[in-house]
Each structure stands twice: as structure tokens, then as C-alpha cells.
Design a binder for this molecule. Structure first.
Ligand code: 8YV
Length: 322
């Protein structure tokens, strides 16, 4: 069967992925990377069996209800699925595929980049390096902190959380975590489990958020929880902006209770993020680059291609969400 299905691809993807899509399906590609609003996705999907979209093309329940009858699959080039109304897709009998596993290392690397960037005050040092005002060695200037012996708390110990833990262990951090359920000993690898999230915060000199955005995790890091963190803690978010109350985090960064933050994801990204972050030198920022490696983006596309092939052949893809 595979080979004749029509796939609407909303963004320009890597050459390898586009070549596979074109070889296996009747793929409507987007070589100019024209931006699709929801209405464009709906209109362009007419006659297509599947839509391959990204987090840049959110589909809420109304958009899913308005999709043409032909659409049987929504595949998202992301592990997170919060931009697609999964319940609405399920209700319409539309399968949803995502990209677990293949972006774990890339995203965990960014977790360490942000941790180290915030801990070693990379934004301030980088600004100094390019300012033309660097005066040379200064024994007390912009001193950061080291990971060695520090307690790193991880919220969400899925694949990415565990990969952050593995890396941080090599830097000498002591790993603590909170997760819906405790991991098996092999996966825990000596990390300390906190059944109650507040207890994780009390322990965490460094905190990495790596849990999916759900009703349970929305605004997890609020004013009440931020005060539980030890003074001088560093906060990193590689999950979704939704997990953070920006007013609360910005106040804590301004007061010095939180010494620094490393952020890759934001409420209102990309255009309506809280602009106060732009001027805070203790916030080391990247623009949602968790999976921005050649290996990860190829892997993400290929796992979707394989999933579509399986689905159209009547097999159950491992990366099917519903
Ligand atoms: C994606 C992500 O690169 O996979 C996810 O959930 O957040 C990123 O890795 C990005 O959202 C593109 O869809």
C-alpha cells in the first residue's frame, strides 16, 4: 500500500527526510518553508492522508474538527504533543505519531549547555568578550559555581531527564529526581527519588525541568515552589514554557534567590515571550534548540517516515501516541 498515500509536509525538512518522503509517498513538500497558519493546514490538507507538522503548526480541537475527512494521521516532528489536541484527534479516529528517543541526546546536551551556561555566567562573560571592554584577568570578577558535589534535581525522569542525569553525573553532580513513579534501580542509577515534588525542590541547588507540559505540570515552577529552592539555585528549562510562571521566576532572579536560569523554551514563544528575560544578564537563553542537530532532525524525520509506512501497512508503529 505504501507509496501512494498523500502526505502534507508543513515545513522544509532535512534533505534525507524529504528524499525518503518523496520516495515512499506522494509528498506535498514546502521547499520555501512558507509558514502555515491553522487555516492553511486545514485548506492544504484536502485530499491528503496524513499531515506531517511541527510545533510551529499547533492544531487545537477546532482545527482538528475542521480537517478534511481524508486525513487519517497527524505526525508531529517533535516528542512533545501539547500543540496537538490529542483527545480531539482520537475522537475523530485520527492517529498521532511523534518522535521519541531520537532527540534524547541532543536535548540532554542542551540541558547541560544551559546548566553550564547559567552556572558559569556565560551570557555575562560572552557580553564582556565581545564588548571591547575586557580588561584582562580579575580574581573576583563574575565568579560562577561548579557542578562538582552539587545536588541536581530533575523534574521528569523520562528519556531526556535520564540522559541529563547521565551527563551531570560525569560532571560530579549528585542526582535527585521527581517523577510520577519511581524508576527501576537500573534506570535510577543511584539517583535519589523524591515522591513529593516539593521535597525535590528543597534538595535542588540546580534544577532541570524535563517533564512534558500537561495539566499536572502547567506553572509547576510558581512563587510558592521557587522559595523552596535553596538560595542561589540555578533553574533550567528544556521542557516547555508552560511549566514556569514567568512573573515568579523573574522576581526570584531579580531578588537573587535564584542566581541564574538557563532557558530554551518559553511561554508565548517565539514572538510573545516575556521581554524582561532579554535584559537579564543572569538568564542564559537559547531559542528552543533542543533537537537542533543534524542527527536528531534526520532521526526525527525518519522515525516518522517509518511510522507512516507501518501505519499504512496495517502495522502498529512504536511511536504512535493515539
Ligand atoms: C522540536 C521539541 O525540535 O520535540 C520536541 O518536543 O520541543 C523540539 O525537539 C521542535 O519543537 C520542533 O517541532
Amino acid at each position: 500500500m505504501a507509496g501512494r498515500q498523500k502526505i502534507l509536509v508543513t515545513r522544509k525538512l532535512t534533505d534525507r527526510v524529504e528524499a525518503s518522503l518523496a520516495a515512499l509517498f506522494d509528498a506535498t513538500l514546502n521547499p520555501e518553508d512558507r509558514r502555515y497558519a491553522s487555516a492553511d493546514v486545514i485548506a492544504s490538507a484536502v485530499g491528503h492522508d496524513a499531515i506531517l507538522l511541527c510545533t510551529s503548526e499547533p492544531l487545537d480541537a477546532f482545527a482538528i474538527a475542521a480537517l478534511p475527512e481524508s486525513v487519517k494521521v497527524i505526525a508531529t516532528l517533535s516528542v512533545g504533543t501539547d500543540h496537538v489536541d490529542i483527545a480531539a484527534a482520537k475522537a475523530r479516529g485520527i492517529a498521532v505519531l511523534n518522535t521519541p528517543g531520537v532527540l534524547t541526546d541532543a536535548t540532554a546536551d542542551v540541558g547541560l549547555l544551559l546548566l553550564l551556561g547559567a552556572m558559569r555566567r556565560a551570557r555575562e562573560w560572552s557580553e564582556l568578550a565581545v564588548s571591547g571592554n575586557w580588561q584582562g584577568f580579575n580574581p573576583t570578577l563574575l565568579l560562577g559555581v561548579q557542578m562538582t558535589g552539587r545536588r541536581l534535581g530533575i523534574l521528569g525522569m523520562g528519556r531526556i531527564g535520564r540522559a541529563v542525569a547521565q551527563r551531570a553525573r560525569a560532571f560530579g553532580a549528585e542526582i535527585h529526581y521527581h517523577n510520577r513513579s519511581r524508576l527501576a534501580a537500573g534506570e535510577e542509577a543511584g539517583a535519589t527519588y523524591h515522591a513529593v515534588a516539593d521535597e525535590l525542590l528543597r534538595a535542588s541547588q540546580l534544577l532541570v525541568l524535563s517533564a512534558p507540559a500537561t495539566d499536572e505540570t502547567r506553572r509547576f515552577l510558581n512563587a510558592r515552589r521557587l522559595v523552596l529552592l535553596p538560595r542561589g539555585a540555578i533553574v533550567v528549562n528544556i521542557a516547555r514554557g508552560d511549566l514556569v510562571d514567568d512573573d515568579a521566576l523573574i522576581s526570584a532572579l531579580q531578588s537573587g534567590h535564584i542566581a541564574g536560569a538557563g532557558l530554551d523554551v518559553y511561554n508565548g514563544e517565539p514572538l510573545r515571550i516575556d521581554r524582561r528575560y532579554w535584559t537579564m544578564s543572569n538568564v542564559f537563553m537559547t531559542p528552543h534548540i533542543g533537537s537542533a542537530t543534524i542527527e536528531a532532525r534526520d532521526g526525527m524525520g525518519m522515525i516518522i517516515v517509518d511510522g507512516l509506512v507501518d501505519l499504512f501497512a496495517g502495522r502498529a508503529p512504536a511511536n504512535r501516541v493515539v
